[in-house]
Write a protein that binds this ligand. Structure first.
Ligand code: ZN
Length: 290
């Protein structure tokens, strides 16, 4: 076979340029709501997808509003992968109007949704709605990733084989993570745990646990609810109040002091998705063994 060194050199140069970060444009630009979704999207998209996250570290997706520069960037997005946070509904119409070609994938599609915990007031009025913290179960994350791979293949059919291969590897990793967490939490089956903001519903559901939220309808509980929570915790032998870094820890500390327990931080919004779930499982196992 004949070799053509100049052609080969140009080919290698093109390969090299394509591999350099920041050079060239990603084939597909995806926006996601929270960091764990970004981790999943980077795994499914590999090096042909550029991923941007709306809710920055430290921010709460419940009170978040996109910044003007993010709205501008969204105008160039190919896909918005939403999870069902209220701000998405508030902004989607505006963004769609300025970027009609952007596809929107709702991560809730095909998922057995859990009801929103205590989405009401102290008097027990419930307003419906579903729990938007889908990703805290690796089983749900797996289905979310499959939906994303399909959406990416529709937008960018040229790389569909790559998306399918990436998804297969990710699925195997999520299955292994699921088995690991299931074995860590097996001895705790049927137990309840206290958490300030109820972000762990799907996680609890996957491993036979029940989260008891301190927050009521997205707000700090009143003194009566707090006293009831403390009574209930004492009776059940619960000594740990889990909090997440994006929320005030004042009420959780008051409650922990009231039950002679302590506050432990878990982060359901961390970018290192598998490590945040592993850390949650370890912290729960440790809290129960004290
Ligand atoms: Zn939340």
């Amino acid at each position: 076979m004949h070799r053509h060194p100049p052609t080969r050199a140009i080919f290698l140069l093109v390969l090299l340029l394509a591999a350099l970060p920041g050079l060239g444009r990603a084939a597909v630009r995806v926006f996601v709501t929270v960091q764990p979704q970004a981790w999943l999207a980077e795994r499914v998209g590999g090096d042909v997808v550029g991923v941007e996250t709306l809710v920055a570290p430290g921010q709460s997706p419940h009170t978040f509003e996109p910044r003007p520069h993010q709205v501008e960037q969204l105008m160039e997005a190919d896909l918005f992968w939403r999870t069902g946070m209220p701000f998405e509904d508030a902004w989607l119409g505006k963004i769609r109007a300025t970027n009609p070609r952007m596809a929107v994938l709702d991560a809730r599609e095909g998922i057995d949704l859990l009801p929103e915990p205590h989405h009401g007031d102290d008097h027990g009025h419930v307003h419906g709605g579903s729990d938007p913290h889908l990703w805290t179960s690796p089983r749900v994350a797996k289905r979310m990733a499959a939906g994303l791979a399909q959406a990416l293949a529709r937008i960018d059919p040229a790389h569909s084989g790559q998306y399918a291969a990436n998804l297969a590897r990710l699925t195997a990793d999520l299955d292994a993570l699921d088995r690991e967490i299931a074995s860590t939490l097996e001895p705790l089956r049927g137990r309840r745990f206290l958490v300030f903001h109820p972000a762990w519903g799907y996680f609890a559901d996957a491993y036979g646990l029940t989260q008891v939220a301190v927050e009521r309808g997205g707000k700090e509980p009143g003194p009566k609810t707090l006293a009831q929570l403390a009574d209930d915790a004492r009776r059940s032998g619960i000594r740990t109040v889990f909090v997440q870094p994006q929320f005030s820890q004042r009420i959780a500390e008051t409650l922990a002091a009231g039950i002679g327990g302590r506050v432990v931080v878990l982060d359901p919004l961390a970018k290192d998705y598998p490590e945040s779930l592993r850390a949650a499982a370890r912290a729960l196992a440790e809290a129960e063994s004290r």
